[in-house]
Ligand binder design. Sequence first.
Ligand code: ADP
Ligand code: MG
Length: 700
Amino acid sequence: MSEDFLHSSIEYLKGVGPERGRLLRAELGIKTFMDLLGHYPFRYVDRTRVWTVPEVFSEPEQEVQLVVRLQDLRALRGGRGKRLVGMAHCGPHEIELMWFKGIQWISKKMHLGRTYVIYGKPQRQKDKLIFAHPEMEELPEGRIFSGKGLQPVYSSTEKLSGKGLSSSGIAKLCRELIGRSEWDLPELFPAQWLAEFHWPARRSAMETIHAPSSSESLHQARERMKFEEFFLLQIHVLRHRIRIQNDFRGLAMERVGEAFHRFYEEVLPFDLTEAQKRVMKEIRSDMGNGKQMNRLLQGDVGSGKTIIALMSMLIAHDNGAQACLMAPTEILATQHYHSLKELLDPLNLNVRLLTGSTKKAAREEIHRCLQDGSLPFIVGTHALLEEVVRFRSLGLAVIDEQHRFGVAQRARLWKKGSTPPHVLVMTATPIPRTLAMSVHGDLDVSVIDELPPGRKAIKTAYRSESKRLEVIGFLKAEIEKGRQVYVVFPLIEESSKMDYKNLMEGYEHLQEMFPRPDYEVAIVHGRMKPEEKEHEMQRFAKGVCQILVATTVIEVGVNVPNASVMLLESCERFGLSQLHQLRGRVGRGADQSYCILMSGEQLSNEARKRIEIMVRTQDGFEIAEEDLKLRGPGDLLGTRQSGSLELKLASLVHDGPLLQLARVRAQKILASDQNLDAYPGVKKAYRERYGQKVNWGRIS
Ligand code: ADP
Ligand code: MG
């Protein structure tokens, strides 16, 4: 027995040959015997059960299997064209069979008086069942039929089907290969693990997946293989993290000193939530232990991440280091700057803002003060990454909204000192835990899963275009009460002409409905100059304007607690997490807030689903899970990041607990054996899976 056998070229398998071999390569990427084994069935047809006619009538419509005796068969020509009609007995009941194609061939193959196993989804006509083009197989005389078990169904293509390799053709090849004795798949897990979870060994699991004997054994086999996928993935991400930790020592910031304490006791305007306290503890321990911190801070919109960022920055300061906060947009950076400044002023600590539009003189001064260390804190955009920006000692970099900064950019921050700074990445886009564990394996994850007290749930409703006047009336009533309103239009690409036209028309329409001098309507969008945007935002923030018309530039960060209504136009065009982010702009003050989703009358199923979810829940993590289900991980992350996530059987959506288990086991092994020397099977499988990406040299 050997594994080399499985590396044989696919055309050498009995039943394949050069032509089919070429097609299998081209169409499905199946090059070797092993690849064929890895072409798992995507579903199974349950052919265990043999039905009776009354059972078929008493259960919901579905595919069923019956044993019948053929009584009559005749070709008919009629209004609906040529067809072949058969009558058959199933016990005492009569059923009808029908073919519209392949009539000659079928009538030759079938014989009156013989018994057949038929399979298909029948139509019900009064008390009669009609099967159109059922699958049929003759049952030899005298044999009792007891079901065919679970039949694997494989994906195929039109070209392959044309060469006899539809699902059933591929199934035949798999059976042929499974039946060979020359191959083996050496086990890679310790025997105790298999025993513990009642998992079959590797080869046996593979056999069961292609030829299951029962649904129980199939389940166990699939669990085992899913676990293997997750486990190797976890080994991959965890090894990456170990490498980072070994390569980069961090600044040990053991002191929690004066600035932190004074802030906590004298400035902090509220009590931290329990979740904030827990996260703060995690960060303090990370920053103090001498290793470089790489932490992802997840917290729903409004959960209070800014305070956490600030307090972490104060720890850096108390340990003689500088800290920066980087945001993806100018508006957001400015907003952060103002909130930090307000909290730092009472402590007499200086913070400055550096963006693309900072004037030359100011910029040069900031550069100088960062370099000589006289400026302890800086907030900025990508401008912070420029070569000319140098710190005397950068101890902490906080990055807001991580999904817009790549890993490479994070790495550039590290180069700003001899020892890399601690990194705290904050995101308001909740990433499902399973995804975070898989993709951000190099980051530890902290979660603020609790909103500050006193927040009222945001009332969310869907209104179609026909209700527009009522909606306008509602806005008027809210403004009457002193509240403010956001109206957001989709502008997917800031250059898109149609979107821009809609935005402007919407703006004009609102100006007509809410005329001066009683009302003021502000507008911000991506084509405006930063100072114009800032000016309009300020008019809204100060309450001069009651309505802010915007595109998604306001998606992140804006904090106007008096704004209590979010109206989302053409909401069907926003993604789920984007809708959630936008809704999070309201509900920050003491008043009841509202989110109104508006759309035209025509909605796709998926858009309808998104709207339903938004109306149903406000829990960011639940929404993220739903988003993952709707879109899949590739779409959520962009294809580049999800490359290592090519899971064949395992699902990040459905197999969370198994992923957790895989992570724990992988951690345990790596803790004592980073090179997997005691686990040659794991090492080999891992190398095969993650091949060239594996760099053993750097770990030791
Ligand atoms: P986000 O996580 O979306 O960045 P922010 O940090 O902007 O949230 O906080 C949202 C609002 O909640 C801010 O006005 C902030 O001052 C307030 N806040 C934060 N933490 C608390 C708390 N523990 N108690 C009360 N209010 C809080
Ligand atoms: Mg924020």
